[in-house]
Ligand binder design. Structure first.
Ligand code: GZL
Length: 317
């Protein structure tokens, strides 16, 4: 399903031989290092499961490192993978910058690096083989378009931002701002990071409601977990989430669907974490020296309370 949902800019959908345990042949079991940001929300956990399940399906030995949200731990993990002589590295980078030195080490060791879910800023794009991710700017725009329709182009918005410096936080903010620019009566009255976490999303919303509770009519959360935290804060403030304050978020994890079915979250823009199959296809192609595009964009859809109950049984994360 994911492979079908994936489109590459070059349109080449050459499928690697995904069944081989080692595309270089010789029967040697492939060893892949996976550096994961953390395990602190539903989306992250689902992404890790997708990578682990796909490695098992392909008979690949996966060395997994959970950096517990600490960038320096990610850098150390990658250096360790290189020292262990893994065949390839899959990296979900916490933030966009700071990767050049360790990626130069990987390049010198001829170990291909596949980026999943978040992009990075490097001066030399040969430091990574490809990026498999959603288009976060488009996600922000879809959220804005939905909210504009829902509110008739009038809203006082609190924005709950993701992790500072992370590509989804930067780009979802940009896409949403682009989307509401056409509506002068849609205003962001406050914005603060909830670090993609439920508890932080609740804490930040509690604080912002104290100041803006009378004026706010909508919340745009960069992910479902922060939206769910915000919903708790809204209820604690004696307001009705989904009615008095409209809430739109990104990810569309199962808990987000359950909240939409309950009439609390109003809209979730999908951002699939099921990147395992595409990531290991890219590993195969990199090891075989195939040429492929620097970015593979995963398609996203928009769900709201009108579609949530029907779609919930189909959700895989
Ligand atoms: C998106 C991913 C984001 C999710 C959040 O690809 O990087 O990080 O939207 C997660 O839920 O924390």
């Amino acid at each position: 399903m994911l492979a079908a949902a994936i489109t590459t800019f070059t349109g080449c959908d050459k499928k690697a031989d995904t069944q081989s345990a080692n595309p270089q042949g010789g029967g040697k079991k492939l060893v892949v290092g996976f550096s994961q940001v953390g395990a602190d929300n539903d989306w992250r956990v689902a992404e890790t499961k997708s990578i682990r399940d796909e490695a098992a399906k392909r008979g690949i030995e996966l060395k997994y490192d959970d950096a517990k949200d600490d960038m320096s731990k990610q850098l150390a993990a990658i250096s360790s993978f290189i020292a262990q002589g893994v065949d390839a590295i899959i990296l979900a980078p916490k933030v966009e910058t700071g990767w050049e030195p360790v990626l130069k080490e990987a390049k010198a060791a001829k170990i291909p690096v596949i980026l999943v879910d978040r992009g990075i800023k490097v001066s030399d794009e040969s430091l990574y083989a490809t990026l498999i991710a959603s288009d976060f700017v488009a996600e922000g725009k879809m959220a804005a378009d939905w909210l504009a329709k829902k509110t008739g182009g009038k809203a006082n918005i609190i924005e709950l931002e993701g992790t500072p410096g992370a590509a989804p936080a930067i780009d979802r903010k940009k896409g949403f701002a682009d989307g509401i620019a056409a509506f002068p009566e849609m205003k962001i009255i406050a914005a603060q990071s909830g670090d993609f976490k439920t508890a932080k999303g609740k804490e930040v919303t509690e604080t912002l409601l104290q100041k803006h509770g009378k004026d706010v009519t909508a919340i745009y959360a960069h992910n479902d977990n922060m939206a769910l935290g915000a919903i708790e804060a809204i209820k604690a403030a004696g307001k009705k989430p989904g009615q008095e304050i409209i809430i739109v978020s990104v990810d569309a994890v199962k808990a987000g669907f359950e909240s939409m079915v309950k009439g609390e979250l109003n809209c979730a823009v999908e951002c699939t974490p099921l990147l395992g199959p595409a990531a290991f296809d890219a590993v195969d192609m990199a090891l075989k020296g195939d040429k492929f595009d620097k970015k593979t964009v995963v398609q996203d859809r928009v769900f709201d309370q009108s579609s949530a109950a029907t779609e919930l049984p189909n959700r895989k994360y």
